[in-house]
Design a protein around this ligand. Sequence first.
Ligand SMILES: NC(=O)c1ccc[n+]([C@@H]2O[C@H](COP(=O)([O-])OP(=O)(O)OC[C@H]3O[C@@H](n4cnc5c(N)ncnc54)[C@H](O)[C@@H]3O)[C@@H](O)[C@H]2O)c1
Ligand SMILES: O=C(O)C[C@H](O)C(=O)O
Length: 330
Amino acid sequence: MVKAAVLGASGGIGQPLSLLLAISPLVDELSLYDVVNTPGVGADLSHINSKAKVTAYLPEEGKGLEKALTGTDIVVIPAGIPRKPGMTRDDLFKINAGIVRDLVTGVAKYSPKAFVLIISNPVNSTVPIAAEVLKKHEVFDATKLFGVTSLDVVRASTFVADVVGGSPTDYKVPVVGGHSGETIVPLLSQITPKTEIPSDKLEALVKRIQFGGDEVVKAKDGTGSATLSMAYAGFKFAESLLRAVKGETGIVEPTYVYLDGVAGGKEVKEAVGGLDFFAVPVELGPTGAVRATNPLPQANEYEKTLLEEAKKGLAGNIVKGTEFITPTSK
Ligand SMILES: NC(=O)c1ccc[n+]([C@@H]2O[C@H](COP(=O)([O-])OP(=O)(O)OC[C@H]3O[C@@H](n4cnc5c(N)ncnc54)[C@H](O)[C@@H]3O)[C@@H](O)[C@H]2O)c1
Ligand SMILES: O=C(O)C[C@H](O)C(=O)O
């Protein structure tokens, strides 16, 4: 029996993500939680003739979150405000930091053993917030907390295909670092199968992957950011994890993790100058993150300069998230 919960289920990402989870054969029960509109979204999804039983909750002064989370195995969190043109993801911190703190406090209380997938931006900081909240409640397990960076991976293969031809599904691109602008580092020298990017196209391709989110924000013209592609990417990550939990082996997905708590993470941490969080391809298994791989030593000189930029940006983002929950005395 697998119970999944979506927190922020009525939103632009929450609704299509809930749809994909509701029709997945890997999910037996799906609980929806949001501060608005979950009765309608829940009633709608509950008519689908898939096996998942759908339940839906509003806050009900804290009881709703408790009911949504109790007995949950996997919690996906896309709650929070999205960007408008001219904003950075960090501009969302003011509002989303508190939302993620409160929802993860609920996870710590009502489903402390669940896998937690954080989509809410700024991911570079909201995942450290989640880790600190879970630590405070003494239920932190780094192998169960994931910053969802899979949209960068989805975009990378699409944009690579745009440049070199073929189908996006032909290419697997390791994308490492974080999830915002220069902290997103596609390792295009390590595409599988081996793929040469023409040198005159390389920089523009890297920029497009790093700033793909801006394309959608601009096109949506004030009404939000990526929702459908994110629901797809978030679902793909959740599906990979659930397949791994059910015993399928060899599943590796890039994701933003707490390096000290995941096997292989210490090597990555050393390679990134001691950062606590970094996205690398992670092997998934029955317990969650089984092993972090370290593709950084194979990065070429150009990618090394990108990694230096990413490290600078990430350092501040991580401290900001951590300090939001656990301020250091100055
Ligand atoms: N990780 C990624 O790659 C990625 C990609 C796209 C968007 N995002 C982020 O995902 C978040 C959601 O984006 P969206 O387009 O779905 O926004 P949205 O505004 O359409 O939906 C957000 C939902 O969260 C709900 N919400 C707000 N506060 C809540 C709370 N305390 N508890 C429960 N629900 C609450 C809202 O009611 C709303 O339904 C944004 O922060 C966005 O930046 C991340
Ligand atoms: O761009 C955004 O703000 C949303 C998301 O992080 C994305 O990459 O599409």
